[in-house]
Write a protein that binds this ligand. Sequence first.
Ligand code: EPU
Length: 428
Amino acid sequence: MEKLMIAGGYPLKGTVRISGAKNSAVALIPATILAESPVKIEGLPDISDVQILKDLLEEIGGTVEFSENDMTVDPSSMISMPLPNGKVKKLRASYYLMGAMLGRFKKAVIGLPGGCHLGPRPIDQHIKGFEALGARVTNEQGAIYLRADELCGARIYLDVVSVGATINIMLAAVRAKGRTIIENAAKEPEIIDVATLLTNMGAKIKGAGTDVIRIDGVDHLHGCQHTIIPDRIEAGTYMIVGAAAGEGVLIDNVIPHHLESLIAKLREMGVQIEANDDQVFVGPAEKMKAVDIKTLVYPGFPTDLQQPLTSLLTGAEGTSMVTDTIYSARFKHIDELRRMNANIKVEGRSAIINGPVQLQGAKVKASDLRAGAALVIAGLMAEGVTEVTGLEHIDRGYSHLVEKLNGLGATIWREEMSKEEMEQMKNA
Ligand code: EPU
């Protein structure tokens, strides 16, 4: 097992290229199940979630070629193999296998998904959607059993705006008979990306990216080629890195429109940002002002950038308040930031940050993916050396993090943990 070592305080400069979007990738890969001939997805990120989904497609009989960042899936010999245990539990997005397998085979058995612990993460809206389409859904010993004689289009109003439920219902509905209307749908760019792939496969979808999506079911879907969108959360993370420790960082392969809420907040803090077609330049870090942030569904401020931004705010003058309205317990990074000398307290769903403070290197643990990003940013800002454990979380979502940061001039490396350290971690 490895840990991440960061020698803080080195100014960062240069260009960093953003990878394909994790939260698109984890839906696009299961979506290939719905086709009857090979689908090629280009530009996938090199992250463990993608590897696990590749293995799962192979487990159900798919032929998958994956080289560099391109994956070709031949789904023709897939079968509706039950997946109640094993790798499905390693990631949240394995729930997309439910919608895709239900759409293609009219049945599926999928273990309840894993993923980051951010407070309760129910999937009741996914199930409500599948049932509305005509599926019988039961939970037996921690696995979801789905079965339908046929799927029929329906009008589905989501009680909670959910990215996962919107995509999952779309995946099943493209092969249902008749029209499905999803109301109060989520509008995230990843939903448009998945709808674009499905449309290229022959699906009939209108309104993706708005809160009403209309899907007319079809009998067959065919292979195609698709290029994934850039990862807006990875891009946002590097924008925050640039603001935290940069002397001019250019973020390449980004859609600035996807990050308007972050750009506005960074500008409010006094960070110099210039955006053009597919690049964002973050100017040299200067004196920053405190700001308040409330996470919201897209196009509001993304919950996934709340934790990285909290680290930056420790260096801003004044009191900032970060409120997460999406997840109730996405504050596990705060105790770790305190170990690094941050002045933060948590009250209910808000973190109150008093700054500026000079962060100090410490031994800290990433409890989830974006907490990991927050601690890396804090490590880059800190005096001295920071050791981050829990790398398996970071590896789920950040492609070549160490290489990309070293490319900007950071001093960061992976190191094997000693037996004693691993023992201490287990007992912590
Ligand atoms: N919710 C329900 N019922 C449901 C579904 C969701 O109550 O059936 C609630 C959730 O508990 C949460 C809110 O609705 O409070 C939003 O959840 P959503 O379904 O939108 O989240 P998700 O699809 O499970 C995706 C991303 C998350 C990201 C959220 C919000 C993937 C695989 N995950 O999760 O990404 O935080 O949308 O934008 O796409 C990350 O990348 O670090 C990450 C956690």
